[in-house]
Design a protein around this ligand. Structure first.
Ligand SMILES: NC(=O)c1ccc[n+]([C@@H]2O[C@H](COP(=O)([O-])OP(=O)(O)OC[C@H]3O[C@@H](n4cnc5c(N)ncnc54)[C@H](O)[C@@H]3O)[C@@H](O)[C@H]2O)c1
Length: 327
């Protein structure tokens, strides 16, 4: 079962599970952020069962998790949603994980894969260089919502560890870096650099780059992440947390130029603008990259799709999906 399955990562993961021969894939979602549209391409497969349910309601999770082999738990509030409604975000990101763990235990599920984030390393001036799995959390100088989000993911990870320690629940934590790809939404602060740039270019406007464009971002293509979720579910690895990032980081200037080029408008030169103090931004202390070597050791995974190819796929999808609107 993919919990929080009706969105960007969940829809790609469900597709990957089906192509790897899963007998049944349940998608549980309360559709607070997800949509029917995001899973429309899966609906014709008789192995897919969509369950309307809320991770805050254990009485819904208990019957929904009966007879399963494992769960990939994605339902969460990210930074921008956390900024709008911190208490609901903390409930879903913490109590939601605990409820999933309770349901796994009650129904004897073999494996849990928990979607964490590079937000567990924090943001702001302390974040630079190589981010490895034991890099400490940096809070100083970062927006409260980003820290609440990162801290809630740290708690979610520890709840998994605690369930392993108390009653042997097998789990793998994957710390995703910023995800991009088909069925991209407007909820992730860093992926906005891609979708807002593409929207501006489609309007014939020059894309905006905040600051001097040297800020680093490290993305991961959603298809690579779908594979990582399945490999973590299948692997013998347990009681481990690993980074899942794309092949290379990019600067925001490189990213915006690449989107302009792939959109056929390299003539639209980026405009450098100062940051808007009213907007939540995820900054760092300089160039950084998120090391994914440990994922290869633990579950045999490494990223395959580079930024150019991943962006080409995302833009092709967006060109074919003109109905989508900013959230
Ligand atoms: N998108 C990224 O850039 C990114 C980066 C790092 C980590 N992550 C993590 O990956 C996971 C999936 O990311 P995404 O972009 O697909 O997220 P998303 O916000 O699009 O999807 C989460 C899904 O969870 C559902 N959901 C929310 N509250 C729920 C509840 N109470 N009960 C049931 N379902 C609920 C939403 O409706 C949505 O379909 C999240 O845990 C996120 O924190 C995402």
């Amino acid at each position: 079962m993919v919990v929080g399955g009706a969105s960007l990562v969940g829809s790609a993961t469900a597709g990957e599970l089906l192509s790897r021969g899963a007998a049944e894939v349940r998608l549980l979602d309360n559709f607070s952020f997800g949509s029917d549209e995001a899973i429309a391409h899966l609906r014709d497969d008789p192995r897919v069962k969509v369950v309307q349910g809320d991770v805050l309601k254990l009485h819904q999770l208990l019957p929904a998790t009966e007879g399963l082999d494992g769960v990939i738990h994605l339902a969460a509030f990210m930074t921008l949603s956390m900024d709008r409604d911190p208490w609901s975000g903390l409930d879903v990101n913490i109590r939601g994980v605990q409820n999933i763990l309770e349901a796994c235990r009650a129904n004897g599920l073999r494996k849990l894969v928990f979607a964490s984030s590079n937000a567990v390393y924090g943001y702001g001036p302390g974040v630079k260089g190589a981010l490895v799995e034991d890099t400490p959390f940096h809070a100083a100088g970062a927006p409260p919502a980003a820290i609440l989000y990162g801290a809630s993911k740290i708690i979610g990870e520890q709840l998994c560890r605690d369930a392993h320690r108390r009653h042997g629940q097998d789990y793998v934590v994957l710390r995703y870096s910023t995800v991009y790809g088909e069925r991209q939404h407007y909820r992730a602060a860093n992926a906005l650099y891609i979708v807002e740039t593409h929207d501006a270019i489609r309007r014939g406007e020059r894309p905006k780059v905040i600051g001097d464009g040297s800020e680093t971002k490290h993305f991961v293509y959603v298809g690579d992440l779908a594979r990582a979720n399945c490999m973590a579910l299948e692997a013998a690895a347990t009681d481990v947390a690993v980074n899942t990032s794309g092949p290379e980081p990019v600067t925001t200037l490189e990213l915006v130029k690449l989107v302009a080029e792939l959109s056929g408008r390299p003539d639209l030169q980026p405009e450098l603008v100062p940051p808007d103090p009213g907007k939540v931004r995820l900054t760092s202390g300089g160039a950084f990259h998120i090391d994914h070597a440990a994922a290869k050791d633990a579950i045999g995974w490494s990223p395959e799709v580079g930024m150019r190819e991943g962006l080409r796929r995302l833009l092709a999808w967006r060109e074919g999906a003109p109905h989508q609107a900013a959230e």
